[in-house]
Write a protein that binds this ligand. Structure first.
Ligand SMILES: C[S@@+](CC[C@H](N)C(=O)[O-])C[C@H]1O[C@@H](n2cnc3c(N)ncnc32)[C@H](O)[C@@H]1O
Length: 375
């Protein structure tokens, strides 16, 4: 048992079982020993998993193009914000600011970045990565401290780390999973769930496991409350609700990642590996609509990137061949791969104050409301 598991076991023995979302919050965000909170998360080749950001700077170039499109569509505001949450070491924000400076210089002049980061070790890593852009970057610890802004709020693989409640179907109804303790360590324990949310699938077969993310609505609402005009772009793996809760996905989607290996035991070595569950995009879109945002697009990464990157790819085609151009094209192909990143990741666009013309990234997408089951 590691130090965090021992501490949780002592707390549970003294105060009773932890609901699974409370356990997941500690495993990921405990400031001393949580996977993210302590700064021990490692992303990329030598770490625990890859993200779009770790594939190379090309992802940041496309997100910069997306920012420039919003800036143009809002009639080039003098103060434009790129706000990122869950920025890990700040690599993506640096890639976006670099790409704005080279590919969209007028937009770059109007843009400041704000990183929303509560954890001191991650903020220190971000300050280091963004040293060359120091005069254009601010930090706030949480959304409550973020001033109202015009611009883009961006997340890549943030929502999947928001803690989930776990429910298991039995012949007598839904039970909710808790973490309890015995002499040897931590154990899962399913307890009656009198407050099971209505959105759990009524016809789920016995033993179906389902995740619900209780913090998702408030998160979207808090961003919406600060977004005066512009875009909230959520990139993550997940599905519309009908797919997430489809009968064939009966084991849920909760997964752990360490050293590029997946396992499904969240109680082993808490704080030493990532814990994640797929995102219910219908819930996020519904929360955005309730907060007054427009559900402006939903697409997989392949379709979004092909639409959003077309002008960038045409410009790259005209540029002389160089090792960086070849590396960017290779990274782009990796991001598009139809059996991995191209289909796993989805892009949800929630906007305020834009006209109804589709954003470039959704040129090849089905209408969002239908795809998300919101109509
Ligand atoms: C999977 S990593 C993704 C990092 C980066 N965006 C990337 O794509 O490489 C998840 C990030 O979200 C942050 N995060 C997720 N949920 C959070 C929460 N509730 N509070 C603070 N940070 C959170 C983590 O600290 C981490 O930086």
């Amino acid at each position: 048992m590691n130090a965090l598991a021992a501490r949780l076991r002592a707390e549970i023995s003294a105060h009773g079982p932890l609901r699974f979302d409370a356990y997941m919050a500690r495993a990921l965000f405990d400031p001393a020993e949580g996977y993210y909170g302590s700064g021990r998360a490692r992303i990329g080749r030598g770490g625990d998993f890859y993200t779009n950001v770790s594939v190379g700077r090309m992802f940041g170039r496309v997100i910069a193009a997306q920012c420039a499109e919003i800036w143009e569509r809002l009639d080039r505001p003098a103060d434009f914000t790129f706000a990122e949450q869950g920025a890990n070491d700040g690599r993506l924000a640096a890639d976006v600011l670099d790409a704005l400076a080279t590919d969209h210089p007028a937009c770059a002049t109007a843009t400041r970045a704000v990183l929303i980061e509560p954890f001191a070790p991650l903020q220190a890593a971000q300050r280091n990565t963004l040293a060359a852009h120091a005069s254009r970057v601010d930090w706030v610890p949480d959304l409550a401290a973020l001033p109202a802004f015009t611009g883009v709020h961006f997340t890549n693989e943030y929502a999947d780390a928001l803690p989930v409640r776990l429910f298991r179907r039995t012949a007598d109804g839904w039970l909710e999973r808790h973490v309890t303790a015995d002499d040897t360590g931590l154990r899962l324990d399913d307890q009656p769930a009198p407050d099971a949310p209505d959105i759990l699938p009524a016809d789920a077969p016995a033993d179906t496991l389902v995740e619900i993310r209780p913090g998702a609505d408030a998160w979207v609402r808090d961003v919406a409350a600060r977004l005066t005009r512009g875009l909230m772009l959520i990139v993550d793996y997940g599905f519309p609700r009908a797919d997430l809760y489809a009968p064939w996905r009966s084991n849920g989607t909760l997964s752990c990642y360490r050293g590029h290996r997946r396992d499904d035991d969240p109680l082993v070595d808490p704080g030493e590996k990532d814990l994640t569950a797929h995102v219910d995009f219908t819930a996020l879109a519904g929360a955005g609509a309730s907060a007054g945002l427009t559900v402006a697009g939903f697409a997989d990464q392949y379709h979004f990137l092909v639409g959003a990157a077309t002008p960038l790819l045409l410009a790259m085609e005209q540029a002389p061949a160089s090792p960086t151009r070849e590396a960017d094209l290779r990274a782009f192909k990796t991001l598009l791969h139809p059996e991995t990143m191209g289909t796993q990741f989805k892009y949800l666009a929630l906007t305020r104050g834009l006209d109804a013309a589709p954003l470039a990234g959704y040129r090849h997408a089905r209408p969002a409301a239908g795809a998300l089951g919101l109509t």
